[in-house]
Ligand binder design. Structure first.
Ligand code: SF4
Length: 451
């Protein structure tokens, strides 16, 4: 039996997020054909401007047709009759009397369904002769667009300080002719005031382009309304990472907890195309987690070292969390927090929402992988993050063919081990499922450091 079984079967909010992810295709079809909404491709957690233009942000994997796990299929039928809460309760009882063995792997199935699709995108990109120099993340993003981006009206692209990523963005033009680019100026080379001015000008231009493609006006009110929803989403997300993630008792076993964080990492990219619904699911998730802890449902994790595994948003080996769990640790995934994307955007009465968003983007561009043009800042950013989260160890997910020089990863690993005084290791990642044996060996000797 899967280690996830009992944990997830009654976790209504987790099931809802998974369900909304896997049934995105039907949802998006309805939005486009019946409600005439504009679909805009986004990635990496930047959906707010699209929502403010009354359009639908789409991380393109969600336009794929997924085979629903039987349990989720049963939920789909039964929720219409009984509602989500009662349905999950009923199916939970059915499972206990061994009636529904199919629920055993529900969340594990969802994550592996998504990951298998990522590998397919990667292979599709290779078949279409995409540059072999691209990393897994860029190749699978390109494959994702090859597969279904013709359903999108436009793509909203935020330039990162990675040449490979920006080259990929340029190549997207062949697949989605309508492109809106948001350049985030580098603050290392310019003074902050100047960078802010450029950022505001760039944002205004992007908003105009969004208005013209969607036919909707973006107002201060629509921006602030969206930022308010986004801020609440971020607050709940942080509660899960910090309050629950740091506690000694989890509402589920530590592998399931990592699976939930992985699902949030994937689904946050477009807030599941419906920010209000995503907010409600996250609020429900936090409530459910707290309730389970109160009732003593879950797992004592006080003796398990907390290990940050990062960055994962461009692809990682999802078995890593299970390996660490089996070796007595617990994995935390918190990419969006380390990249500054969980910072709130000011919505105070007198604030200018465009300026507030410009500040938010500039601040995040100084963090994690977003400050790639300067390896020293990159390393410092990770050092600070490790200090802030007080984790007991760090696993660096080192993507092959990454634009970052491998010596930078090596330096980062050593600096964090010496200066933050925690064990650190890097695992090489090329493609999901590849190098698994080597990863196991590396993680085994890493976990031995905790005695
Ligand atoms: S920084 Fe590395 S992992 Fe990230 S997009 Fe660029 S090449 Fe890929």
């Amino acid at each position: 039996m899967s280690i996830y079984a009992d944990d997830v079967v009654n976790f209504t909010s987790v099931l809802k997020i998974a369900y909304n992810f896997l049934t995105g295709r039907e949802y998006l079809q309805k939005k486009k054909s019946k409600e005439r909404k504009t679909l805009i491709s986004v990635a990496s957690g930047f959906p707010d401007l699209v929502f403010a233009a009354d359009s639908i942000p789409v991380f393109p994997i969600r336009m794929e047709k997924f085979k629903l796990n039987l349990y989720l299929l049963a939920l789909n039928t039964a929720t219409g009759l009984f509602g989500w809460d009662l349905t999950t309760k009923l199916l939970g009882i059915a499972r206990q009397i061994d009636f529904l063995k199919i629920v055993d792997n529900v969340l594990n199935d969802v994550i592996s369904t998504i990951n298998k699709r990522y590998n397919k995108f990667y292979e599709l990109a290779i078949q279409k002769n995409v540059s072999p120099k691209f990393c897994f993340g860029v190749k699978s993003l390109y494959g994702m667009h090859l597969s279904k981006s013709n359903n999108c009206d436009c793509s909203l692209d935020f330039t990162l300080r990675c040449k490979k990523y920006n080259d990929y963005l340029k190549s997207l033009k062949e697949l989605i002719p309508n492109q809106i680019w948001l350049e985030i100026p580098s603050i290392n080379t310019q003074d902050e005031g100047n960078a802010l001015e450029i950022m505001i000008t760039n944002l205004k231009k992007v908003i105009q382009e969004l208005e013209s493609i969607s036919g909707n006006i973006v107002t201060d009110n629509s921006l602030k309304k969206q930022f308010r929803i986004g801020n609440q989403v971020k607050r709940y997300y942080k509660t899960i990472i910090y309050d629950i993630g740091n506690s000694d008792f989890y509402p589920c076993n530590s592998a399931t907890f990592a699976e939930i964080l992985a699902l949030l990492t994937i689904s946050f990219q477009d807030y599941n195309s419906n920010a209000q619904r995503y907010l409600e699911n996250l609020s429900h998730l936090v409530k459910e987690m707290k309730m389970r802890i109160q009732k003593g449902v879950g797992m004592d994790v006080s003796n398990r070292p907390r290990i940050l595994l990062t960055p994962i948003f461009n692809g990682w080996e999802p078995k890593a969390q299970e390996i660490i769990h089996d070796l007595g640790g617990r994995v935390i995934y918190s990419d969006w927090d380390s990249l500054g994307l969980l910072e709130e955007i000011s919505v105070s009465k007198n604030s200018d929402p465009i300026e507030a968003y410009a500040h938010f983007l500039l601040n995040s561009s100084k963090k994690g992988l977003f400050c790639l043009d300067n390896y020293e800042s990159l390393i410092n950013s990770y050092k600070n993050y490790v200090k802030k989260t007080k984790v007991d160890g760090l696993i660096i997910n080192q993507l092959e063919d990454c634009h970052i020089d491998p010596s930078c990863y090596e330096l980062m690993k050593n600096k964090i081990r010496i200066e933050n005084k925690i064990p650190s290791v890097s695992i090489k990642f090329k493609k999901i499922g590849e190098n698994l044996e080597k990863t196991k060996v590396t993680l085994k000797s890493f976990m031995e450091l905790y005695g």
